[in-house]
Design a protein around this ligand. Structure first.
Ligand code: FMN
Length: 473
C-alpha cells in the first residue's frame, strides 16, 4: 500500500506506530436532488434511470442500496427557483431538464426513513425562502420520524431571480444580507428548538390528564430585523432538538457563517492545495468561535468515473463530457452563479465579473493569472462543476481519494451525480469501496445513531460551546 510512511492527524489524537498505514475513517454521502437531471446534464445517458425520479420507489431503492453498501447518508439539494436569463427561462432548461422539473425534498424523507434503519438524511432548506417557525416544525417532525437521522443543509440559495419571482418579492436580496437573514433565522430557530420545551415537559399521564406540563413549555418572543414571533412552539422536543447543521456556501461570508454554526460543511474544491487552504480556513474559523478545529466535518463533492482499465474509464469520461450541450451547461451554471455565460465572448475570462448569487461558484473560475476562458469553463462544467473529477481504475481512484483525505485534511466525500440514478454509485460501491475498506478508511461496521452522533462523535444534542446552547433553559 502507498503512503505507509504517513502521518499524524493531530486533531484526532491518533498516534501511529511506525509503518502503520494511516486510517482516518471517512464519511460518505450521496449527492442528489429530486430532479431527473442534476449536476452533469446526463439524464439521457444509457445508464441513467432518473425518468422515475417522481416515484417514491425509485428513491427507496436507492436508499436501501446505499445503506447496504455502508454509505452514511443520502443528501438532497434543493432548488426552489430555476435558471433564468433576463426575464425568462431559456427553452433549453425545460427541454433538456436543467434542474427542471424539481420536487420538494422535505416530503420524501419519511418515506425513505421507513424503508431503511441506519442511513441518515441531509435535506436542504433555504433561509432566504422559508419562515423559521414552519421550517423548525418540519425539521422537528422529521427528527422524530427518523429517530434523529436528519440534518439540515442551511443555504441562502442559488437560482435567486426565479426564487424572488415565485415568492412575490420585488428584488434579489443582496448576497451578504442573505447571510444576515440566515443568522437571525438560525437564532430564532434555536430559541424554538432549544428553549421552548424543558426536557421533562412531556408527561403523557392519563391519570392526571396531563399530556404536557404548562410550567415547562415556554413562550418565545423574538423581534429582529427580519423576523417577529410571539408565542408557543407546538412541536415536542425531538432526539437531536436542533437537527444536525450543515452548510455549503464558501464565500467569505458563507465561511464566517459556517465557522459559527456549521457542524459539517460541503465544499466543491478541486486540487489538493486548494482543498487544504479551504479546510484550514474553516477549521481556523471554528477555533476563532470558541469551537474545536474538528468540530466541523468537511466533505468535498467528487465526480468519480471508475472502470477496470484506465482506458475504459477515460472513454467513459469522454462520453459523459460530450453529453450536455454548451447551452445546457451554461444554463446550469447560470442558476448556480447568476452569470449567463452565453452572453460572453468565448475567449473572455470572468475576472471582472461580480455576482449577488453564488459567489463561490464564480470564484472557482477567477484564478489570478490563470483564469479559464468562457469556452474552457463551458467544457469543464460537464460532469461536475467544482469538485475533483477522478477518473481511473479502482486503485487509482482509491489512491486519489486517500491523498485528498490525508493531504487535504478532509473528513469525507459527497459522491456526485454522474450517470444519473443508482448507476452513479454502483461502480463506486462495487469497485472502490472494498479497497477503501481494506485500507482502513471505512468503519468496519457502518456507523449508526443520530446524524450528530455519527458525524461528530458526540451526543445527540449540540455541544455546550455551540451558540445554540445559550437558548437552553
Ligand atoms: C456541495 C454543495 C451543495 C449545495 N447545495 C445547494 C442547494 O441544495 N441549494 C442551494 O440553493 N444552494 C446550494 N449550494 C449553494 C450554497 O449553499 C450557497 O447558497 C451558494 O453557494 C451561495 O453562497 P456562497 O456565495 O457563500 O457560496 C450548494 C453548495 C455546495 C458546495
Amino acid at each position: 500500500m502507498r503512503r505507509a510512511e504517513l502521518i499524524t492527524i493531530s486533531y484526532h489524537n491518533v498516534t501511529l506506530d511506525e509503518g502503520l498505514v494511516l486510517t482516518k475513517k471517512i464519511f460518505l454521502g450521496a449527492f442528489e436532488e429530486l430532479t431527473p437531471n442534476f449536476i452533469s446534464n446526463a439524464w439521457h445517458h444509457e445508464r441513467g434511470d432518473t425518468g422515475d425520479f417522481a416515484t417514491l420507489e425509485y428513491w427507496q431503492d436507492m436508499a436501501r442500496k446505499l445503506e447496504a453498501a455502508g454509505f452514511d447518508f443520502l443528501f438532497f439539494a434543493e432548488a426552489i427557483g430555476y435558471p433564468m436569463s433576463g426575464d425568462d427561462v431559456p427553452e433549453v432548461v425545460i427541454r433538456e431538464a436543467v434542474q427542471f422539473p424539481v420536487h420538494d425534498p422535505m416530503t420524501i424523507i419519511s418515506g425513505l426513513a421507513a424503508t431503511v434503519d441506519r442511513l441518515g438524511f441531509v435535506v436542504t432548506a433555504s433561509t432566504t425562502a422559508q419562515q423559521p417557525y414552519l421550517n423548525a416544525r418540519a425539521f422537528t417532525t422529521l427528527d422524530h420520524f427518523t429517530k434523529g437521522r436528519i440534518a439540515w443543509n442551511v443555504v441562502t440559495s442559488d437560482n435567486q431571480v426565479a426564487l424572488v419571482k415565485m415568492l412575490g418579492q420585488t428584488e434579489v436580496t443582496p448576497h451578504d444580507e442573505r447571510y444576515r437573514r440566515a443568522t437571525e433565522f438560525l437564532e430564532l430557530s434555536f430559541k424554538l428548538w432549544e428553549g421552548a420545551w424543558e426536557d421533562d415537559a412531556v408527561v403523557n399521564d392519563k391519570a392526571t390528564r396531563t399530556f404536557a406540563d404548562p410550567a415547562k413549555v415556554h413562550r418565545i418572543k423574538h423581534e429582529g430585523e427580519y423576523f417577529r414571533l410571539d408565542g408557543y412552539y407546538p412541536a415536542t422536543p425531538s432526539i437531536q432538538r436542533t437537527p444536525m447543521l450543515l452548510q455549503a456556501g464558501a464565500s467569505p461570508t458563507g465561511r464566517a457563517f459556517a465557522g459559527r454554526f456549521a457542524e459539517a460543511v460541503f465544499i466543491q474544491d478541486r486540487g489538493i492545495d486548494s482543498v487544504k487552504k479551504t479546510v484550514a480556513d474553516l477549521r481556523a474559523r471554528a477555533v476563532a468561535n470558541g469551537r474545536d478545529a474538528d468540530s466541523i466535518k468537511i466533505m468535498d463533492a467528487v465526480a468519480i468515473i471508475v472502470a477496470d482499465t484506465e482506458e475504459e474509464a477515460l472513454r467513459l469520461r469522454a462520453e459523459l463530457d460530450a453529453t450536455p450541450t454548451r447551452e445546457a451547461a451554461a444554463a446550469l451554471f447560470m442558476g448556480w452563479s447568476g452569470v449567463d455565460l452565453m452572453k460572453f465572448d468565448l475567449e473572455q475570462t470572468l475576472d471582472e465579473v461580480t455576482t449577488e448569487v453564488g459567489q463561490t461558484m464564480l470564484a472557482m473560475f477567477q484564478v489570478p493569472g490563470a483564469s479559464p476562458t468562457v469556452a474552457e469553463i463551458l467544457d469543464r462544467i460537464t460532469t461536475s462543476i467544482g469538485g475533483p473529477r477522478i477518473t481511473g481504475t479502482p486503485e487509482q481512484v482509491a489512491d486519489e481519494l486517500q491523498a485528498y483525505i490525508e493531504e487535504g485534511d478532509l473528513d469525507g466525500f459527497l459522491i456526485e451525480y454522474t450517470y444519473g440514478g443508482m448507476a452513479t454509485y454502483e461502480d463506486f460501491i462495487e469497485k472502490v469501496m472494498p479497497i477503501l475498506r481494506e485500507r482502513g478508511m471505512l468503519p468496519d461496521v457502518p456507523r449508526s445513531g443520530t446524524m450528530r452522533e455519527r458525524l461528530t462523535g458526540g451526543g445527540p444534542r449540540l455541544p455546550a460551546n455551540h451558540p445554540a446552547a445559550q437558548y437552553r433553559r
